[in-house]
Ligand binder design. Structure first.
Ligand SMILES: C[S@@+](CC[C@H](N)C(=O)[O-])C[C@H]1O[C@@H](n2cnc3c(N)ncnc32)[C@H](O)[C@@H]1O
Length: 270
């Protein structure tokens, strides 16, 4: 372990909760409704992020890699030479390793670690990557600090994430955090400030503008075509599936109102 951080009890509880979520039935349900890429916008979101960050070749780390589909995409379509995927869920990593074998991809390593305290050497990789996952991490300052620590000077930190927009009421925030199991959402400005304070130039910070569209697609798929498959994943608990469908549709609507959005951010370490 290169990072040595003493985490608060709140941090440890949040990490345990997310591991339980992704190791369990709901994690499998996300894998069903999102597919291999558990982020809004799928393949196109990944290639746009890679293009914005100018990723072509080199070495990278995916902080919160899930099944590792983003890493496999970069390996296949952006000639990335090697990647390390960090994720806290052993279950998703096992699936990810198996899919690398199935895809014949040998330049990806998975490590089961907290993204805020990895075993990656300092200033050792060309870029840090992440898609729609930092919303699960409680201490965004520690997370950004870790991303900056491991990337080489001049290297990119490229990520998308769910962020809070404007006019989200307190009750809506509470519903969003509880329903999605987020410990807290950053704002776009908040991320820009954290990156700058940690010694980066922010070269790109944009609302993707497609939060509502993409989340609505997921909710509608779950509501219709995939309902049976979803029921199987959660022991045929129809009320749970209804709750998720209704929750996703409501949050998608908030996206339409600019209360929640998907940010795409690229920064460079000075
Ligand atoms: C929404 S999924 C996104 C996965 C991947 N980025 C993708 O686009 O498919 C979030 C992932 O983040 C992981 N995760 C959440 N908090 C983490 C943490 N503190 N450290 C490592 N992994 C974490 C979860 O286990 C889960 O696999």
């Amino acid at each position: 372990m290169v990072s040595e951080v003493a985490f608060s009890e709140d941090h440890r509880n949040a990490i345990d909760a997310v591991r339980e979520l992704y190791d369990g039935a709901e994690g499998a349900l996300f894998g069903l409704i999102f597919g291999e890429q558990i982020h809004l916008g799928g393949f196109n979101a990944s290639t746009t992020l890679a293009d914005d960050a100018g990723i072509r070749g080199g070495s990278g780390v995916d902080l919160c890699c899930g099944y590792g589909a983003g890493m496999r995409l970069l390996s296949r379509y952006r000639d990335v030479e090697s990647m390390i995927g960090i994720d806290i869920s052993p279950e998703v990593q096992n699936v990810g390793r198996q899919r690398c074998v199935e895809d014949g991809i040998t330049n990806i390593e998975f490590r089961c670690e907290d993204a805020c305290a990895t075993s990656i050497a300092s200033s050792s990789v060309d870029f840090v990557w992440s898609e729609d996952a930092w919303c699960y991490v409680p201490d965004k300052d520690l997370l950004i600090g870790e991303a900056v620590r491991i990337v080489k000077p001049g290297g990119a930190i490229a990520f998308t994430d769910w962020v809070e927009g404007s006019d989200l009421a307190a009750g809506e925030r509470e519903f969003l955090m509880a329903g999605m199991r987020f410990p807290g959402l950053e704002t776009m400005d908040g991320y820009v400030g954290l990156l700058q304070s940690a010694g980066c130039d922010v070269v790109h910070a944009q609302d993707t503008g497609t939060f509502n569209l993409h989340l609505k697609v997921i909710a509608d798929m779950l509501d219709t075509q995939l309902r049976w498959d979803a029921l199987r994943k959660v022991s045929f608990d129809a009320a749970q599936v209804d709750l998720i469908v209704d929750g996703l549709k409501l949050i998608a609507e908030w996206g339409n109102l600019g209360k929640v959005l998907q940010a795409r951010i690229v920064a460079r370490k000075k």
